[in-house]
Structures are given as structure tokens and as C-alpha cells.
Write a protein that binds this ligand. Structure first.
Ligand code: GLN
Length: 312
């Protein structure tokens, strides 16, 4: 295989200077302030070696990438019972679709669309305070990325709360169907703060390493989660991680991935590496325009794919 540092350097140079960069999300006004000319990429291998290039140290809003870690915690806590409240099928609809929720009688199609993540958040909030629920996800992220400096960007959380009419509609709808235990505003407060956690590509790539290692902590060898849970989270990332662009991402990149409207994508090459790529401009579906393209090139050059075990 080509040297990984050469690959990330080439990719950061090429995609960092592209003219066509997509459009920064503006339905959360605070995200509209982010400079679209940034591009970062980090790879952390199964052995823990890191290869980074571009703006890999710049923290960005992880947004829906937080749903991967929230799902891990909820699956650990609830086991199979979680699936009574949220489905496991790709939605084929936008991430904030309301229409589908009525059709499915308040049981969201999967944990990575907003409606599903709101239910997962409700599961994590039940039996604890909102401060505890936020701290639980934040501490989990600090532990898996081995970095105590990760925090919530409260300006982003406030901005999303102020303009979160659609998420309020979803949460109220779910509550009306009896699939939310807490008040919509309380569950959403935790959800918005989880989405507003800021991390760099470097931190995120480290955080994804347990999904590369079948649930193990790469440093200690201890189980962060069971191999079964890790595999299932990866399966959900592959089938549902990019909303109605999930099939296209699986086709082009061939790896489990999860995007966020902050422009980040976390990608897992099981057994090989965790990869985080970030560029704030989004495509029409709400996935990072350049990070998607960059990951396609990275997968082609490394040969990493869940559909083959031949490495280049
Ligand atoms: N916080 C965002 C929202 O709820 C997350 C969406 C996303 O990243 N796709 O709209």
C-alpha cells in the first residue's frame, strides 16, 4: 500500500483547494459562520498510529456524528429492547423528515435520522438529569478519544435550540405517539447539546478506533463495548449513516460512515483504521461535499472496503 501520510497529504492538498465546496448549513445560524475553505483529514490505524493533514486540529461541530456514540451507549444500556422504540431500516428520506414519522406511527425508521436520535436521547435521559445525560456522552467521547479537552460548544447548542422548530415538531409528534418518556423540550435540550460537541478530525479519528477493533480499547485491550454492539453500530453506519445518500456512500466508499451537518464524516475500516474527514460545505442531501469525495479517493488508494479483504 502507498504510505498513508502521502495519501492524506495529497488528499488535503487536492480537496483543500477545490473551488466547488458545497454549501455550509445555515438552518443552524451559528454553523453558517464557519469558513467553508477548511479541509481536514485524520487516519488512526488499528495499532494507534495517526496520519493527519490539512485542518485536522481544528474543532468543528460533530452534529449527527454524535448519534454513533449515543447509539453505542443506548445499545449497551437497553440491549435488544431499544429496537422496540426505533427501527433499523434505511429511511430513503431526508434526515429531518416528518412525513415518514406519521407513516411509521411514531417509531422512527433508524437511530441516525433526527427522529431516531431523539428517541435514543430520550432513552439515555430517562432516569437521569439532563446534565448527567450530556456528561455521560461527553465523558464517553473523552474516554474513547483519550482527550479530556473535548467540550460542548454552547453557542451552537443555543443557536439550534432557538431555530429548532423542525426538531421540536418531530419530538412532539413522537411524544404524541407515546414513544417519548420525557418532555420534548427536555429531551431536545440533551440532543442539541450532544450534537453541539466540538471535535477535531484527530480527536474523532481516535474516538472511532474502538469500532475498528471490534469494541476494544486500543490502549488497554479492555472492552469499551461488546464486539456484537460494535459490529451492529458499524452495520447501522453502513446502511443509514448518510440518510438518503447511504446507498451512494456504500457504493462509492464501501465503508461504514456517519456524517453530520457540521461537514464531518467518521468512517470505519474494520480491522484497519478509523478515519475522520471534515469540510463544512454540504451537498444537497446534507453530507459534506468534499469529505465524501475525499473518502472515496482514500478508499480507492488504500483498498479498504468492507466488501473485500484485499488491501492495495
Ligand atoms: N443537530 C442537527 C439537527 O438536528 C443534526 C443533523 C445532522 O447533522 N444531519 O438538525
Amino acid at each position: 500500500m502507498e504510505d498513508l501520510q502521502t495519501i492524506v497529504n495529497d488528499i488535503a492538498k487536492k480537496y483543500g483547494s477545490k473551488d466547488e465546496r458545497g454549501t455550509v448549513a445555515d438552518y443552524i445560524p451559528q454553523l453558517a459562520c464557519v469558513d467553508p475553505n477548511q479541509f481536514g483529514i485524520s487516519i488512526v490505524t488499528s495499532e494507534g498510529q495517526e496520519y493527519s493533514a490539512g485542518d485536522a486540529e481544528v474543532p468543528f461541530s460533530i452534529q449527527s456524528i454524535s448519534k454513533v456514540f449515543a447509539l453505542t451507549l443506548a445499545l449497551q444500556q437497553e440491549g435488544a429492547e431499544l429496537w422496540e422504540r426505533v427501527g433499523r431500516e434505511p429511511s430513503g428520506d431526508p434526515f429531518n423528515s416528518i412525513v415518514q414519522l406519521e407513516h411509521d406511527h411514531g417509531v422512527p425508521r433508524n437511530p441516525f435520522i433526527n427522529a431516531g436520535a431523539i428517541v435514543v436521547t430520550d432513552v439515555l435521559l430517562t432516569g437521569s438529569t439532563s446534565v448527567e445525560a450530556n456528561a455521560r456522552l461527553l465523558n464517553f467521547l473523552r474516554m474513547v478519544s483519550e482527550d479530556e479537552n473535548i467540550d460542548i460548544d454552547l453557542a451552537v447548542a443555543e443557536s439550534e435550540t432557538e431555530h429548532g422548530y423542525r426538531n421540536f415538531a418531530l419530538a412532539n409528534f413522537i411524544r404524541a405517539y407515546g414513544n417519548l418518556n420525557n418532555e420534548p423540550a427536555d429531551t431536545l435540550d440533551v440532543y442539541f447539546k450532544n450534537c453541539s460537541i466540538a471535535m477535531s478530525c484527530q480527536q474523532l479519528a481516535h474516538a472511532g478506533r474502538f469500532l475498528v477493533l471490534d469494541g476494544q480499547n486500543g490502549l488497554t485491550g479492555d472492552a469499551i463495548t461488546s464486539s456484537r454492539t460494535a459490529r451492529r453500530v458499524n452495520a447501522m453506519m453502513l446502511t443509514c449513516g448518510h440518510y438518503d445518500g447511504s446507498g451512494e456512500f456504500a457504493y462509492r466508499v464501501g465503508l461504514p460512515g456517519k456524517s453530520g451537518v457540521g461537514g464531518g464524516i467518521l468512517c470505519v475500516a474494520p480491522g484497519f483504521a478509523s478515519i475522520a474527514c471534515w469540510s463544512p460545505g454540504l451537498n444537497a442531501i446534507g453530507n459534506s461535499h468534499l469529505a465524501t469525495k475525499a473518502l472515496e479517493e482514500l478508499a480507492a488508494r488504500t483498498g479498504w472496503s468492507v466488501f473485500s479483504n484485499s488491501i492495495k
